[in-house]
Design a protein around this ligand. Sequence first.
Ligand SMILES: C[S@@+](CC[C@H](N)C(=O)[O-])C[C@H]1O[C@@H](n2cnc3c(N)ncnc32)[C@H](O)[C@@H]1O
Length: 280
Amino acid sequence: MSEPVARHYEAPDLIARIEAALADAGTTPETVTAEMLAPVEEFHVGGRPATDALLDAMNIRPAHKALDVGCGTGGTSRHAAARFGCTVEGVDLTESYIRAGRTLTAWLKLDGKVHLHAASALDMPFEAAKFDLAWMFHVGMNIEEKEALFREVFRVLTPGGRFLVYDIMRGEDEATPLTFPVPWSTVPETSFVRPPRDYEAALTAAGFTVAQAEPRRDLADAFFAAAAAQAAAQAAGGPRPPITLALIMGETARQKFQNLKQNYDAGRIVPVAMLCEKPA
Ligand SMILES: C[S@@+](CC[C@H](N)C(=O)[O-])C[C@H]1O[C@@H](n2cnc3c(N)ncnc32)[C@H](O)[C@@H]1O
């Protein structure tokens, strides 16, 4: 299953696309800032504000070794390293994302703090108990074997280590099939969106204590409202921002985003955050 998933995401020309967008924005890899890149750095509902709200709750310290499971191009890894001073290792299945991520990390001069690896989250290239904390943003929707995934994260966390899951899960309407394509999948065959109780069961079976599980409609509502405001400004003749998530989502970005919102508005999906701990 991992090959079709990576095929959905692969974007061999991603850095060229981003460089072209930087030129449109009047900047270059030498002068670009983390703030300018932010819209393309976070491939999850809520974007950068969600990242801040979620990571702030993890009490991250400079001495911490953190793991970003399914890091994409590593935007969350870079932001965490810059904001909290921690070191971060990111793992992702999609090789072109890892290649692009290493370039972006170099542009932002974070190569001393952030290391990105092309690997499956089901078999990570790390020794046991290496990390103090881990997070996984919008990845479980692509992974059917959730218990195996959580066992692997459990293995590489130190006792007492915390794990934050922020995934799209089934909402109150669990029965109606989702409308595709969505940002994580073009077709139903590579989408494994499950209700929160399945996550809790898999996390618990893997050994985690689930301390908190919360639907984050606040983050989704703010995200969709900001997108609507941007669309309205453009419709009124305002400029189209060159650096957006569409650079990552490709030609069908608009349709994927519309379906994401439609599925959310219909109550078929909801982003949920779960804060877990590996018992000490
Ligand atoms: C929607 S993106 C989220 C990326 C990133 N976490 C973020 O929030 O910006 C989902 C990512 O999960 C990765 N992924 C899916 N299945 C995976 C697996 N089995 N192992 C590692 N990464 C995986 C994909 O390659 C993709 O980069």
